[in-house]
Structure formats: C-alpha cells, structure tokens
Write a protein that binds this ligand. Structure first.
Ligand SMILES: Nc1ncnc2c1ncn2[C@@H]1O[C@H](COP(=O)(O)OP(=O)(O)OP(=O)(O)O)[C@@H](O)[C@H]1O
Length: 228
C-alpha cells in the first residue's frame, strides 16, 4: 500500500533559529490514526504545519498523497491543503459572526475537489456531520461566537471533515475539555474518519488519549535534533 505521508531526511529551522526538526524517515499509511506526543516546544505544531504545507521544509522530502510539498510554491501548497486536508486548529479558527452551518461549508469555497467528493448537497452534508458529531440542531443557524468551547470544537471538526479530505490533522483540539468529553469527542472523530476514509494525525499532551490511537509517535524519539 502506498504511504499517505512519506518523509525522508526532512530538516526545518524557523528563520534565524537553530534547527528544530530533523526526521530521517516516517511513513503514515491510509486509515491510520496517529497520535503525536512530545514536550512543549518540541516542534509538534511545526511538524503539523509542514504536513499541511503552511510551512516549507528547508531540506528533504515530505510527500502527502505522493506530492512532494517541498517542491511546491506557496500558492500550490495552499491549493493542495484546501483540496486534500482538513485541519482542526488548537484555537479552532472559526469565523465568529458566521453561522455554524456557514462555518462548516466554508471549507468547500476554495476547493472544487472537496465539492466533487460530497455525497450529498453541501448543506445536507454539513447537517449530517453536525448531527453525527452531536451538535444540537437548535444551534446550527446561530453565530459560532454564541457557542461553548466544546460546541465550537464540534463545528471545527465538521469543517475539517466536510468534502472527505484524505488527511485530517488535529492540533490539541481537546485541551479545553474534561477527560470524559475528550474521549467521547475522539471516538466521534474516529467514526467519521473511518466512514469517509480520512487518515488522522492528532497532536496532544494528554496521555489518557494515547491508547485510543492505532499508532503513537514520540517526536523526541523521531527527531534527530537534540533540543536540550
Ligand atoms: N511562527 C513561528 N516563528 C518562529 N518560531 C516559531 C514559530 N512557531 C513556533 N516557533 C518556535 O518553534 C519551536 C517549536 O514550537 P511548536 O509550537 O512547534 O512546539 P509544540 O511542540 O507544538 O509546543 P506546544 O506543545 O507548547 O504547543 C518553539 O521554540 C517556538 O518558539
């Protein structure tokens, strides 16, 4: 089976800073649910940014779906991200004055590819995802700034999942929730990812979540740069 993510000799440093990441080899396969752990400042969010093409590696190969992102310019990486990735940010990055449904369907505006992968009209698909993620129907037309953190998290997940992206990336999306709600949210996320064949890469500090995943990667072990 071809790898969905394929990294070889990847090196990255933020401008005017010492090298932060050197990953010799990493392959992630379709359908995997990968948990990435590591101490604060070890580069977890930076690695996610590289996988999403927000940042570009200084050296090496980082291929997603066979496309080496280190060979693409900024515009092409933005296009690739819009078409093939769903991203759940730590702070969700929702558009506060748009409604819940508008936030979810906003992920389709810049991607014909995602629109073409919908199995139902956009509004119906957004409603299906929100229902699956157990967001009460009475909230669907409300501006997202009226929602609690846990509710906003579900909107952010639905926005990341719509259009069946091949890769879903989640950066500490559960940090504001209590332990029971974290596990319940992750189970819902797994179910949706499985149903729509999305591979999941999830970053968290929370050791309770680790056993839920099919694979656990420690960035401190993976990274050849000694940050101490
Ligand atoms: N936009 C940026 N510009 C310059 N340096 C950055 C930027 N983002 C992160 N860094 C630096 O890169 C290093 C790793 O940060 P990163 O956010 O990737 O770590 P992390 O493991 O995700 O941390 P945390 O668990 O605290 O979120 C830190 O030293 C940080 O200061």
């Amino acid at each position: 089976m071809a790898a969905l993510i394929d990294i070889t000799e990847l090196r990255f440093a933020w401008p005017d800073q010492p090298e932060l990441l050197h990953i010799e080899q990493l392959s992630v396969y379709p359908g995997e649910r990968v948990f990435i752990k590591g101490p604060s400042g070890s580069g977890k969010s930076t690695l996610l940014g590289l996988l999403a093409g927000i940042q570009k590696a200084n050296q090496g190969r980082l291929a997603v779906l066979g496309q080496d992102l280190t060979r693409l310019g900024g515009h092409a990486r933005d296009r690739f991200r819009a078409d093939h990735l769903g991203y759940i940010f730590q702070q969700f990055n929702l558009l506060p004055f748009l409604s819940v449904l508008e936030n979810v369907t906003s992920a389709l505006i810049f991607s014909r590819h995602k629109r073409s992968r919908l199995r139902a009209p956009a509004g119906a698909e957004a409603e299906r995802l929100l229902a699956e993620l157990q967001l009460p129907r009475g909230l669907w037309h409300k501006p997202v700034h009226n929602l609690s953190i846990g509710q906003q998290q579900r909107v952010a997940a639905a926005r990341a999942l719509i259009g069946r992206p091949e890769l879903v990336i989640a950066d500490e999306p559960t940090s504001a929730l209590d332990t029971d709600n974290r596990a319940a949210f992750i189970e819902l996320l797994f179910t949706e990812c499985q149903q729509q064949d999305s591979t999941l890469v999830f970053v968290s500090h929370d050791p309770f979540l680790e056993p839920l995943f099919s694979r656990v990667l420690s960035l401190s072990e993976l990274n050849k740069v000694n940050l101490c």
